[in-house]
Design a protein around this ligand. Structure first.
Ligand SMILES: Cc1ncc(COP(=O)(O)O)c(C=O)c1O
Length: 431
């Protein structure tokens, strides 16, 4: 059956609905569901570390990073299928980690998996799903379009559709991360969890609050797709336009109805982070924690860096970092943005003498301060003043913001025309 056939098939609207995620009848999972999931998946998922980070000192709180994979819900849901459904297989629409988790556990359990990924899905996630043996269909401008396509296939071929952030078994499976965190960090004060469709925070918050209601649960979204915050405001899930974000795994325009029903009374605070802080968090996790974390996974630390959680100073805080699937090309760009946001990559234009030695003098000043030139270009044609001047454009690497300021001061002392920047302003495209 071709893609076109699926899209043309006249499936009644009623049948296209996901019966596990019914807005008219949302369900709240129970602590018992999470315990059952923990028992069932105990041998099939990794027991991941949650250790005290050396970044604790920098942010004046005891930070424990839970380096997880977001695979628990997928494994539990597959194990819960009937024998017939295990034979037929399942289908999901996902731009990333849910697709990966289903593909991987489908392979280990011998269950056929089809994943429909939007055209914007990161390439490395698409190829990893294929490597795990899943049937991967790349179609749809966004996750909504991919989901429609996946639902069509599910009806025609009898695959079960599994919503990655709202199927009750997904929530129960994800909740087991909360159990693990509590057992790994005694006397925990707060737990910070990234929020996309809301499944992870729903399960983990229920697990944690059931065992220790004093732990603060903090959800984090990208400000470019703040759909959970919008739902809390409206009192129910609402469509929220999603703009492109480094946290691609969190770009879910309408959060899950079961996730919302389960989580709404358990979340103490929701915050939204800016893109430059997500880039900075990715950079710092690589440099200081030696951890490659994708944008979605890094939002928890981004919230701390952005200063959105001052009440956590001096407290014991677990931050979920669940996902390291970032394209290497994207990672390169993100690191550059992170360096620029920190003032360690700066750009300036300076007008120097065009006589022999003019540019040499400039490079000598730069080298004298221990600054490294990354790019340098000189242009004469656009200068309107002195014909014996030349404009030199530089991109340089410095140790930190203070080092950059030192360079700026020195250049202004020596040259009358220095245009500093444009530095990375940190404003988002739509601003
Ligand atoms: C790395 C990472 N962290 C957190 C989440 C949030 O999970 P949920 O969509 O259940 O809210 C996602 C979603 O895919 C993710 O990819």
């Amino acid at each position: 059956m071709s893609d076109a056939d699926v899209d043309k098939a006249q499936i009644p609207e009623e049948e296209m609905k996901d019966k596990f995620c019914d807005p008219e009848n949302p369900v709240s999972i129970s602590f018992r569901d999470i315990s059952a999931a923990a028992y069932k998946i105990r041998d099939g998922v990794q027991y991941t570390p949650c250790s005290l980070s050396q970044m604790s000192q920098t942010y004046d709180m005891q930070i424990y990073f839970k380096k997880d994979f977001k695979e628990r819900g997928a494994r539990f849901t597959l194990l819960q299928l009937s024998p017939e459904q295990k034979k037929k297989g399942v289908i999901a629409a996902s731009a990333g980690n849910h697709a990966l988790a289903l593909s991987y556990h489908g392979m280990t359990l011998g269950i056929p998996i089809t994943v429909v990924m939007p055209i914007v899905a990161p390439l490395m996630k698409v190829s990893a799903c294929r490597q795990y043996g899943a049937n991967v269909i790349v179609t749809g401008a966004d996750i909504g379009e991919s989901k429609k396509h996946a639902m069509g296939i599910s009806k025609i071929k009898g695959f079960l559709y599994i919503n990655g952030y709202d199927h009750p078994d997904i929530l129960a499976g994800q909740g087991t991360m909360g159990l693990e965190i509590l057992s790994q960090v005694p006397e925990l004060d707060a737990c910070i969890i990234p929020v996309g469709g809301g499944g992870l925070i729903a399960g983990a918050a229920l697990a944690i609050k059931s065992l220790n209601p004093n732990v603060q649960i903090i959800g984090v979204e990208s400000e470019r797709c703040a759909s959970f915050s919008a739902a809390l405001k409206a009192g129910h899930p609402v469509y929220t336009k999603s703009l492109s974000t480094l946290a691609d795994g969190l770009a879910v325009p309408t959060i899950g109805v079961n996730a919302f029903c389960t989580a709404k009374s358990l979340i103490d605070k929701m915050v939204t982070v800016k893109e430059e802080y997500i880039a900075l968090a990715i950079l710092r996790l690589i440099e200081q924690e030696k951890a490659v974390v994708e944008g979605a996974g890094a939002t928890g630390l981004a919230a701390v860096i952005q200063g959105l959680l001052p009440e956590l100073k001096g407290k014991k805080v677990a931050i979920a970092l669940c996902g390291g699937n970032i394209d290497t090309t994207a990672l390169g760009r993100v690191l550059e943005r992170g360096l620029a946001a920190e003032g360690r990559l700066v750009r300036f234009v300076v007008t120097v003498s065009d006589r022999p030695g003019g540019i040499a003098e400039l490079t000598k000043i730069i080298a004298g301060l221990g600054v490294s030139i990354k790019d340098i270009l000189h242009e004469r044609a656009w200068l309107k003043s002195d014909v014996f001047s030349v404009q030199v454009k530089c991109v340089v690497e410095t140790r930190d913001m203070e080092h950059s300021k030192e360079l700026e001061r020195k250049l202004r002392e020596v040259y009358s025309q220095v245009v500093w920047g444009p530095q990375y302003t940190g404003t988002v495209d739509s601003e």
